[in-house]
Design a binder for this molecule. Structure first.
Ligand SMILES: Nc1ncnc2c1ncn2[C@@H]1O[C@H](COP(=O)(O)OP(=O)(O)OP(=O)(O)O)[C@@H](O)[C@H]1O
Ligand SMILES: [Mg+2]
Length: 432
């Protein structure tokens, strides 16, 4: 939109005739000085008599005092018209350049007059001076622009793109109305198009509903089995002591599974809630790893697995939350024991970090069946299990690695998982 015209009338006080004449003379002083010089030269060279010179100059002087200044000014601006303001230097241009969301200004034919930096970054195909439809052909967007142009009212659409990645945008097309100008008559009317990303919101929404669906499914399975056993115990097996013993044992296992699931979900939500708060405790990692190993000794023995612990001689303290870091290494070592092939060994080690920006590196290696590479990036998703039945049999909920990832993030650490089928898995945790 253009800036206010500097020649527009302003609300000034009426001036006296003398004042007006004086102001015109002051305004045109350079012109008068030039004219005076010309007359003096003509008199000096004898081309004009002194009287003629004086009369001539006075005539010019009088003309300047009488003629309105605007005649002179308008003539001058007509000779040398200033360049029309380009959009980025106008108020709207400056304003939309300051926006961090993509924003475009279109003319009435949908030609892009201006695209701010965010728009150029997100839609590199958009070019100033080209119709928007050259780069964005979404029919709903085209319809919204056409509607806003035709009616002079805002239109809003939701764009869902799947290439190159799945994104959602809320696009609002609004008329840039100038006060006192009829939208439908205005040949220079412009539209402003703003884009607001809904991708994060949609993803969080999908994640939440997935989580609820998964959690209720995971709880429903043991609950259904419990109800089945209770019915059997109340009915056909009411007097069968041996069956009762056996069923109660299974029921206990199912109840424990439900209890672990609820504990894990609570633990995950607690960690998420405090993810932005940095832990403050001082932790000796060597001592912590020894404790984790002791805690899982029984389980390892049952699987005939040896835990080889290798610690590094040197400072092994870090800042962290002891309980949470214990959970991290317990989860990783437990996975190594659960999914590492029976009869082999697992390695747990602490060393100086090989990754720049971190101090400690804790590594857990097993020599089990490993996983296919396509599963690796998804292992830290909630409830992600390659073989749900096997995991369930091993009392797994599929939340272990999701909890590990969140705790590591909270400690400003990083985690890397490497695995190939038949060769086991290696998990590295880097801590500051
Ligand atoms: N060391 C490993 N070797 C092979 N597969 C693994 C290993 N660690 C994890 N996985 C796979 O990744 C999945 C997710 O692991 P995660 O620790 O999150 O869940 P879980 O062990 O099934 O349950 P939880 O840890 O809650 O008891 C497992 O179900 C398993 O399929
Ligand atoms: Mg696990």
């Amino acid at each position: 939109m253009d800036q206010p015209d500097s020649h527009q009338p302003t609300s000034q006080q009426p001036m006296s005739v003398l004042n007006v004449a004086f102001s015109r003379i002051v305004t045109q002083a350079p012109l008068l000085a030039g004219t005076f010089g010309v007359f003096v030269t003509l008199v000096l060279f004898g081309a004009l008599s002194p009287v003629g010179g004086i009369v001539g100059f006075l005539a010019v002087f009088a003309a300047v005092a009488v003629l309105p200044t605007s005649v002179v000014t308008v003539t001058r601006t007509a000779d040398m018209p200033p360049p029309p303001p380009t959009l980025p230097t106008t108020n709207v241009g400056i304003f939309i350049d300051a926006l961090t969301d993509p924003c475009l200004v279109l003319d009435r034919r949908s030609v892009v007059l201006h695209a701010n930096e965010a728009a150029r970054r997100q839609f590199p195909a958009i070019g100033n001076g080209n119709p928007l439809t050259f780069s964005m052909r979404n029919p709903e967007l085209v319809q919204a622009i056409e509607g806003a142009n035709r009616t002079g009212t805002s239109r809003s659409v939701e764009l869902h793109e799947t290439v190159p990645s799945e994104t959602w945008e809320k696009v609002v097309v609004s008329p840039l109305r100038c006060p006192g100008v009829d939208w439908f008559e205005d040949e220079g009317r412009q539209l402003i198009v703003t884009f607001q990303s809904l991708t994060e919101l949609k993803r969080a929404d999908a994640l939440r509903s997935d989580f609820i669906a998964n959690a209720s499914h995971e709880l429903r399975t043991p609950l259904a089995s419990l109800l089945g056993f209770i019915d059997t115990l109340l009915g056909p097996a009411a007097k069968d002591t041996a069956a009762r013993e056996k069923f109660l044992g299974i029921m206990r296992g199912q109840a424990e599974r439900m209890s672990k699931l609820i504990d894990d979900m609570l633990s995950l939500s607690r960690i998420e809630m405090h993810q932005h708060v940095r832990p403050t405790g001082s932790i000796d990692l060597a001592g912590l790893l020894r404790e984790v190993r002791e805690g899982l000794m029984m389980q390892a023995r049952a699987a005939e697995i040896e835990i080889r612990l290798s610690l590094f001689e040197g400072p092994t303290t870090t800042t962290g939350d002891r309980g949470q870091l214990y959970e991290v290494f317990e989860n990783l070592l437990e996975n190594a024991i659960k999914y590492g092939a029976d009869g082999k060994f697992v390695e747990l080690s602490l060393a100086p970090s090989s990754r720049p920006g971190f101090v400690h590196q804790i590594t857990v290696i097993d020599h089990g069946h490993g996983v296919e590479p396509e599963h690796v990036p998804r292992l830290t998703e909630r409830f992600y299990r390659i073989d749900a039945d096997t995991s369930r049999k091993k009392k797994g909920t599929g939340l272990g690695l999701a909890i590990v990832k969140h705790i590591v993030n909270r400690h400003r650490g990083q985690m890397s998982i490497k695995s190939s089928p038949g060769e086991g898995m290696r998990v590295d945790v880097f801590l500051p």
